[in-house]
Design a protein around this ligand. Structure first.
Ligand code: INI
Length: 150
């Protein structure tokens, strides 16, 4: 028997966390994700805005703890600058989101792009492709798979 989640979003409760840092990129990711959810039947996903990617794990934990959503999508953009700050942030955000997945029952999809520069980010946030749309498909699949595992 093969268990896998489909892309039907009808009846699913979806939360989206999006960071404002590198807003030009994260706005594109959010647009792509909202387009995907709308076209797959998700009614009115909730959007939670945070200052930067580092703040995402806290909100992800708070949402997962309450168990209100079938799945949560975390969107952010970490751009390699002159400092090694991005390395610290990207690593901590990834670890933080992974921990929420393991400590709670709500799948949280890691939709944080890590890029060398803004142009590379724009390529992924709508110019060549939209990773937000792709991560939203992953979120639908995980929400539906979770329902099959119950
Ligand atoms: O989302 C990001 N936050 C960034 N920093 C802010 C961080 O996420 C926190 O908001 C801040 O450290 C306050 O906690 C970034 N860089 O500094 O490179 C970045 O590229 N992306």
């Amino acid at each position: 028997m093969i268990y896998e989640g489909g892309y039907n979003g009808e009846g699913l409760r979806i939360g989206i966390i999006v960071s404002r840092f590198n807003d030009l990129l994260t706005r594109g990711l959010l647009d792509g994700a909202l387009d995907c959810f709308k076209r797959h039947g998700v009614e009115d996903p909730d959007v939670f805005k945070v200052p930067g990617a580092f703040e995402i794990p806290f909100v992800a934990k708070e949402l997962a703890k309450r168990g209100k959503y079938d799945a949560v999508l975390a969107l952010g953009a970490v751009v390699r600058g002159e400092t090694h700050h991005f390395d610290l942030i990207a690593g901590e955000v990834a670890k933080g989101i992974a921990q929420v997945n393991l400590n709670y029952e709500t799948p949280v999809v890691f939709g944080v792009i890590t890029v060398d520069d803004e142009l590379q980010g724009l390529d992924r946030a709508g110019i060549k492709s939209n990773r937000g749309f792709e991560y939203a498909l992953t979120t639908l699949e995980m929400a539906n798979l979770r329902r099959k595992l119950e």
